[in-house]
Design a protein around this ligand. Structure first.
Ligand code: CUA
Length: 360
């Protein structure tokens, strides 16, 4: 039996097919906007560069193996035919020290190089900048809240994450209940928001570098409304952001100067009440908690079968100690139990005034 190797012309053909296949795989994924959304942060540029390097290597090795294998199968069938007596088989041979050394050293070198570039990229993605914009990001079942602490110590609360283009930002992530995860695909970076208080606050650094509107998604399965735990993200020009910030800081310092009902609506929006409770303006009325529409002064049946009137005292108690009187048909422990720490007495009274104003 003779050993058979490919002819020189065949090696060139295989090499060309490998190059073509690598090129097709590489470009069809890396230029696909559905698979890879646009970049909108400096961190995204670093991550995409690393991903690109990996993807080109993957495309090359996949092509090398698959093209060579398919070519060998076709050639074997064409040249030798598929004979049932195995006489068309090539020579079997065992062991090739030189080849084994080569195919050990090359991957080892590649893996070490990938580990090095990975570590350098991670360092660059997590790099600290002096004087970052700090924003507290609070995830809760099932909404996001953003808090900016002003110089005078007031808190700007927002249900939309507003960022300034090119300004390094540190997001201080935490959760009030289960694990959530902060993910804006265009920023690429992702970080869990953990419950447990200050000790478990996690920092995510982002420097947005493209103006526009994006969407924050929760990337950790966190309950029935997980899929709907989203928030708007707006990257504004520096001057526009500063103007918004100054106005919001002034408003935070002054407190709410609107009517009690209007202030109540404002707090209910900012603190995420409306992601579980329906109001007349709900786009998609949520069903997680009892609706507020027509709730005022109605007769409510509680989980234990007793009834009560939804007046100011019932509503206040429902906000402060929700588990004390669960509305029949709803689950305990869904509503946060710590609103007495989050909201002031005035804010709670205003929310109650807002709910009572929704009388049909
Ligand atoms: Cu929060 Cu998923």
């Amino acid at each position: 039996m003779k050993r058979f190797f490919l002819k020189v012309g065949e090696y060139i053909l295989v090499a060309l097919l490998v190059v073509a296949s690598t090129w097709w795989l590489g470009t069809s994924v890396l230029t696909n906007e559905v698979l890879l959304p646009p970049q909108a942060s400096e961190q995204a540029v670093i991550i995409d560069e690393l991903f690109g390097t990996h993807w080109w290597l993957i495309s090359f090795f996949f092509s090398l193996i698959v093209v060579f294998m398919l070519y060998s199968i076709v050639r074997s069938a064409v040249v030798h035919g598929l004979k049932p007596d195995h006489s068309g088989f090539g020579d079997f041979f065992e062991g090739n020290t030189r080849l084994e050394v080569v195919w050990t050293i090359i991957p080892l070198g590649l893996v070490l190089w990938l580990a090095y570039t990975g570590a350098v990229s991670l360092g660059n993605v997590e790099r600290r900048y002096a004087g970052p914009l700090e924003i507290r990001v609070i995830g809760a079942q099932w909404n996001w809240r953003f808090e900016y602490i002003t110089e005078s110590g007031d808190v700007i609360v927002s249900d939309v994450l507003r960022l300034a283009k090119d300004r390094p930002t540190e997001l201080l992530l935490q959760s009030t209940d289960v694990i959530h995860s902060f993910w804006v695909p265009e920023f690429r970076v992702k970080q869990d928001a953990l419950p447990g208080g200050e000790e478990f606050v996690r920092v995510l650094r982002i420097t947005p570098n493209e103006l526009g509107e994006y969407e924050l998604l929760c990337a950790e399965l966190c309950g029935t409304e997980h899929y709907n735990m989203r928030a708007g993200v707006v990257v504004m020009a520096e001057t526009e952001f500063d103007a918004w910030y100054a106005a919001a800081a002034e408003e935070a310092a002054a407190g709410c100067t609107l009517s009690a009902e209007e202030c109540g609506l404002k707090w209910a929006t900012q603190y995420g009440c409306l992601s579980c409770h329906a109001v007349p303006t709900s786009v998609v009325p949520p069903t997680v908690g009892p609706t507020w529409v027509g709730l005022a002064n109605s007769t409510v049946t509680l989980a234990d079968g007793s009834t009560t009137i939804a007046d100011a005292s019932y509503l206040t108690k429902s906000i402060l100690t929700p588990n004390a009187q669960i509305h029949s048909g709803y689950q305990p422990n869904i509503m946060p139990q710590n609103f007495s720490e989050i909201l002031t007495e005035d804010q709670i009274n205003q929310i109650v005034a807002f709910i009572l104003s929704l009388d049909n």
